[in-house]
Ligand binder design. Structure first.
Ligand SMILES: [Fe+2]
Ligand SMILES: [Fe+2]
Length: 376
C-alpha cells in the first residue's frame, strides 16, 4: 500500500469545506439543518429546547455530565491529590466558519470547557496546543479575554501546537513562539518545568518556532529539548510531560485503522525523528505523556511510556479531560463540552468532511465505545 501522509490543507485534519473570514461577529448560516441559529449554549446535560430544531433534547440523559472514565492508570501516583484539567485543540476562530472544526462554534465550546473545568477545582488548567485557528493575533486576544472572563483562579499553561506557530505563507502576523511562551509558559519559555500539586509538569514545544518546521505541519522535538529533558527528568518526583505531538505508536494506530477500514484516508502530519524523544522519556521512566493534535480521546503505550491524548474542544467528540493523580494512581475522565445538538452537528460535519475526516471520526467513535481504554 502506498504510504499517504500529510493533507491537502496542511492541517491536523483534512478539510474540504472552505472557511470564510467574514470578520468579527459573522453569523453565517451553517447549512446544518439544525436550525438557523444553533446556539449550543445550554451546556452538557441541558434538557431545554436549544434552537437546534430537535426540540427538547432527544436523549435519555439528565443532569450535569459527570464525565466518563477514559483511563485508570497505576502511575503516576502522588501523596498529594492533584487534579489537572486538560484541554486540547480549541482552534479558536472569531472570524472563520465551517469545516469539521466548526469554527463558528469554537468559542462556545472552549468557553464551556474552561467554565466547566473552573467549577471542578483543578490545580491547573493545561492546554496541549492548537489554541487558535492558525496563530492569528486576534484569536489569541479573544482566548485571553475568555480566560480573564472565566477567572480560572488557578494557573493556565499551554504548549504550542502546529497551528499556533509561524508557517511559511501565513497571511497574518502570527504570534511568535516567544510571545506564546510569555503568555502561557510559567516562566516565559519552553521547555518548562513547574510543580502542580504533587505533579512535576514538563511542557515542551514539539511544533517548531519560526526557525524550523516552517514549511510543514509535522512535529519534532529538538535536540536541545531532548538534552533539557535528560537533565531535568532525573530531578523530578512525578513527571508528566506535555506535548502537542504524539508518540510513534499512536501514529501506528492511525495507519492500522487506515489499512483495516479506510484505505483512502491520509494520515495527518506526525512527529518526525521521534526516537531521541522516546528514548529520553523511556530511559527516565516517564509514566504519562499528555498530547492532542489528532482530535480524539486515545491512549497508547510505547516502551513503558503511556500517552493519553485529549479530545479536542472543537470537533467530534467535543470534550476535555480531568486528570486526577493520587496515592492509588491516576484516573482520567472525559467531560463533554458540547450539548446534544452540538455533538450531533460535530459528528455529522466531521464524518462527512472528507474520507480522512470520516476515518478519524470512526477512530474516535470506536475509542469512545471501548471506554475505559485502560484499566490498570
Ligand atoms: Fe488541532
Ligand atoms: Fe495539531
Amino acid at each position: 500500500m502506498t504510504e499517504q501522509t500529510g493533507s491537502e490543507s496542511g492541517s491536523d485534519e483534512v478539510e474540504s469545506t472552505p472557511t470564510d473570514e467574514n470578520g468579527p461577529g459573522s453569523t453565517s448560516a451553517d447549512g446544518s439543518g439544525l436550525g438557523s441559529t444553533p446556539t449550543d449554549e445550554n451546556g452538557p446535560g441541558s434538557t431545554s429546547t436549544d434552537g437546534s430544531g430537535f426540540g427538547p433534547t432527544p436523549v435519555d440523559r439528565d443532569g450535569r455530565a459527570s464525565g466518563t472514565l477514559m483511563a485508570s492508570l497505576a502511575r503516576p501516583r502522588t501523596e498529594t491529590e492533584t487534579r489537572l484539567a486538560v484541554i486540547a485543540d480549541p482552534h479558536l476562530s472569531t472570524r472563520g466558519s465551517g469545516t469539521s472544526k466548526l469554527f463558528e462554534h469554537t468559542e462556545t465550546h472552549v468557553r464551556q470547557a474552561l467554565t466547566d473545568a473552573a467549577a471542578r477545582n483543578p490545580d491547573a488548567v493545561v492546554c496541549v496546543g492548537d489554541i487558535t485557528k492558525d496563530g492569528e493575533p486576534w484569536n489569541y486576544e479573544r482566548f485571553d479575554e475568555l480566560l480573564a472572563e472565566i477567572d480560572l483562579d488557578v494557573p493556565f499553561y499551554s504548549v504550542p501546537g502546529n497551528h499556533d506557530v509561524p508557517k511559511d505563507g501565513d497571511e497574518h502576523d502570527t504570534l511568535s513562539v516567544s510571545a506564546f511562551a510569555d503568555r502561557y509558559a510559567p516562566d516565559g519559555q519552553f521547555p518548562f518545568h513547574v510543580r502542580v500539586g504533587g505533579v512535576d509538569l514538563l511542557g515542551i514545544n514539539s511544533a517548531g518556532d519560526g526557525e524550523f518546521l516552517t514549511d510543514t505541519h509535522e512535529g519534532e522535538v529538538s535536540a536541545e529539548t531532548v538534552s533539557w529533558l535528560a537533565e531535568r527528568l532525573p530531578e523530578t518526583e512525578t513527571p508528566v510531560v506535555v506535548s502537542h505531538f504524539n508518540l510513534p505508536e499512536t501514529d501506528r494506530q492511525l495507519r492500522a485503522h487506515r489499512d483495516a477500514a479506510e484505505p483512502d484516508m491520509f494520515t495527518p502530519p506526525a512527529i518526525r525523528n521521534a526516537e531521541p524523544f522516546l528514548d529520553v522519556l523511556a530511559d527516565n521512566d516517564v509514566p504519562l505523556l499528555l498530547t492532542g493534535h489528532l482530535h480524539m480521546p486515545s491512549t497508547a503505550q510505547q516502551r513503558g511510556v503511556r500517552e493519553v491524548m485529549a479530545p479536542t474542544t472543537c470537533s467530534f467528540p467535543q470534550g476535555y479531560l480531568l486528570v486526577d493523580v493520587g496515592p492509588d494512581g491516576t484516573e482520567i475522565r472525559m467531560v463533554p463540552c458540547a450539548d446534544f445538538a452540538g455533538t450531533v452537528r460535530g459528528f455529522r460535519e466531521r464524518s462527512s468532511d472528507s474520507v480522512t475526516a470520516r476515518g478519524l471520526t470512526a477512530m474516535a467513535a470506536t475509542r469512545l465505545a471501548q471506554f475505559p481504554l485502560v484499566e490498570e
